[in-house]
Design a protein around this ligand. Structure first.
Ligand SMILES: NC(=O)c1ccc[n+]([C@@H]2O[C@H](COP(=O)([O-])OP(=O)(O)OC[C@H]3O[C@@H](n4cnc5c(N)ncnc54)[C@H](O)[C@@H]3O)[C@@H](O)[C@H]2O)c1
Length: 447
């Protein structure tokens, strides 16, 4: 294992509270790598514009305030109130517009943050790349498989820096998990599990419609762009995740974070070979296209990955790596590594059918073969990010640094495309009621 990234050692022995019988616990607080707080090495800030300042766009702008490497110079959004909210979020009075295209013509703009609904990622990202801008695009990278590959090709053709916005990939807890995974301490990991569960209307995207929402305040045609044309519908505009014309349901919204985390920690950078989904729409029958429960079993090279998203029970969002030697669990901003007790033990259960004499002989032989007392069980380790830790600020900082240095980012177009393909496979399997197979040569999902 390389130099630990934590510096403040805060070891707490909790003996009796250990998660594994006989194992003590030590808890450590991770120090942020402080990338977010760094200033540009060349002295010049990365000048960026933001396209889309809705829920996520505003969150990004709030986090971007903490990242001195970047400087917002303009924003664009189709909806009047979101334009104002974006400026409030960043706390700067920069120009804001409904039409993003003139912003891409500005020579003083280095980069663009794209935080629009998923069906618009491809078109807007390709416009930005063609204009010579580096791009941070929100997750999931693509709305469908073809969009993802078109974006990969555009990044390469234009030689731009491109980062997808699944911020766990820059989270210090995930960096620690990746280090632990790479050290081999978990032993062979053949099974990984994750879920992202909620139990509220908001968790199922039943977002309130602002009273001023109308075709006078929202450019509905620009929102639809190449999607099927239909009359103005505020429900579709604000709850777009529910509809296949614009989103991908829980797979694109939530699986993608789990998958990006798993890819980053394990080093998997490929689409799964197969996916088999099941699920149902039981509670939120409001005209949406997607299930409110989705469970998928993925087959990756070397690991089985089991995910689910349930919008009807708030069971949190852990990711668990089950190794032969230890189990590693990430949950929010914490991580624990619990040893498996693989110390040699004399057989007990299988001796139930043995005579007393045979048992005694077996145990005498076993004790003679194992004269040394058993080694102490390794401690359960827990690592936490400090309270208030903001991984989005670190993710933005990683992007700005790459814009400056031209060094590759972890969550680039290939990584992001693989995570998104896995989401599309989950939906394909659910809707076709069949296993989805990835055909890498043809770049298609097959039934
Ligand atoms: N990384 C995360 O944790 C995270 C969290 C939430 C959402 N997201 C992603 O962020 C993106 C945006 O989601 P959201 O929740 O903010 O949606 P939202 O509907 O709240 O905001 C999207 C905004 O994009 C604007 N927009 C759409 N087309 C535009 C265009 N052509 N020009 C300018 N503005 C345009 C809309 O007017 C709207 O204000 C999605 O891809 C979503 O999956 C990521």
């Amino acid at each position: 294992m390389k130099t630990p990234i934590y510096t403040r050692r805060d070891f707490v022995r909790l003996g009796g509270a250990a998660a594994v019988a006989g194992a003590a616990t030590k808890a450590m607080l991770l120090d942020p790598p402080a990338l977010a707080g760094q200033t540009p090495t060349g002295g010049r800030k990365i000048r960026f514009v933001s396209i889309g300042s809705g829920i996520r766009g505003c969150d990004l702008l709030r986090s971007a305030r903490k990242v001195p490497m970047g400087e917002l110079v303009a924003t664009a959004d189709l909806y009047e109130m979101h334009r104002k909210a974006g400026l409030e979020a960043y706390g700067a009075d920069v120009p804001t517009t409904g039409d993003y295209r003139p912003l891409l013509e500005r020579k003083d703009v280095d980069a663009v943050i794209v935080a629009v609904s998923d069906h618009l990622h491809r078109a807007i990202v390709i416009d930005c790349l063609a204009a010579g801008k580096d791009v941070y695009c929100e997750k999931p990278m693509s709305h469908n498989v073809a969009d993802g590959f078109a974006m990969v090709e555009a990044v390469r053709a234009n030689k731009r820096v491109f980062q997808v916005g699944s911020q766990r990939v820059s989270n210090i807890v995930y960096k620690k998990a990746r280090e632990i995974f790479a050290s081999g301490r978990l032993g062979e990991v053949t099974y990984i599990e994750g879920h992202s569960d909620r139990n509220s209307p908001s968790g199922a995207w039943v977002y309130p419609i602002p009273p001023d929402a109308s075709e006078q305040t929202i450019d509905w045609k620009a929102f639809l762009r190449d999607a099927p044309q239909r009359p103005f519908d505020a429900v579709r505009f604000f709850r777009w995740r529910c509809f296949a014309d614009y989103g991908e349901g829980v797979a694109g919204d939530l699986y993608v974070h789990l998958l990006s985390g798993i890819q980053y920690v394990s080093g998997i950078n490929a689409a799964p070979k197969r996916a088999q989904s099941s699920g149902s729409l039981t509670c939120f029958k409001d005209g949406r296209d997607f299930p409110d429960l989705l469970a998928t079993l993925y087959e990756y090279d070397g690991a089985t990955v089991n995910l689910h998203c349930n919008q009807n029970n708030a069971a949190g969002e852990p990711i668990i790596f089950y190794g032969k030697e230890a189990t590693m669990t990430m949950n929010g901003n914490t991580l624990s590594v619990a040893p498996q007790d693989t110390r040699p033990q004399p057989e007990g259960y299988a001796l139930n059918g043995w005579t007393a004499a045979a048992k005694k002989q077996y145990l005498d032989d076993w004790n003679a073969a194992h004269p040394a007392p058993p080694a102490a069980l390794a401690e359960v380790e827990t690592y936490s990010a400090p309270p208030g830790y903001d991984d989005t600020a670190d993710h933005l900082a990683s992007f700005f640094r790459a814009v400056e240095t031209r060094e590759p980012v972890a969550e680039n177009e290939v990584f992001g495309n693989h995570a998104a393909i896995a989401c599309h496979m989950a939906n394909y399997s659910y809707f076709h009621r069949n296993a989805a197979t990835w055909n890498a040569d043809a770049r298609t999902i097959e039934g």
